[in-house]
Design a protein around this ligand. Structure first.
Ligand SMILES: [Zn+2]
Length: 127
């Protein structure tokens, strides 16, 4: 999760977006990352000094990507239920994983720095 946020942070800096308001994460069933752990890590990291408050108000959205396999022999695509990698049509065991291993940021949203740093006019007291 830390490297994910570092990636978003550097991208947001390049784009001049801060703070970040929303992060959409796609997590594959086989990525070994549990959404609950990711959320917890996110909450802890968002408070960390290294991100300078950039994620303190951000919402983390997680989309879980189901495991899908494709048979190398007949091309049939099927959900990889119970982690049994055998083609239900032709019974071949030469099966590749099409989706389910990913862990990436689909998109994020932030505020443009320009909106916030618009020059403010402040009186200095006096006459
Ligand atoms: Zn097959």
């Amino acid at each position: 999760m830390e490297n994910v946020l570092q990636m978003v942070q550097s991208s947001a800096r390049e784009q001049g977006l801060s703070p970040v308001r929303r992060i959409k994460l796609v997590v594959g069933e086989l990525s070994m990352a549990l959404p609950a752990s990711l959320r917890l890590a996110f909450e802890v990291l968002a408070e960390h000094d290294m991100f300078q408050g950039m994620f303190q108000q951000a919402v983390l959205e997680i989309e879980e990507q189901a495991l899908e396999c494709q048979c190398d022999m007949c091309g049939h695509r099927f959900p990889g239920r119970d982690y049994r990698f055998v083609c239900p049509l032709c019974r071949a065991d030469q099966v590749r994983i099409v989706t389910g291993r990913e862990l990436y940021v689909d998109y994020y949203e932030g505020e443009t720095i320009d909106d916030q740093s618009r020059p403010r006019t402040e009186g200095l007291g006096g006459q």
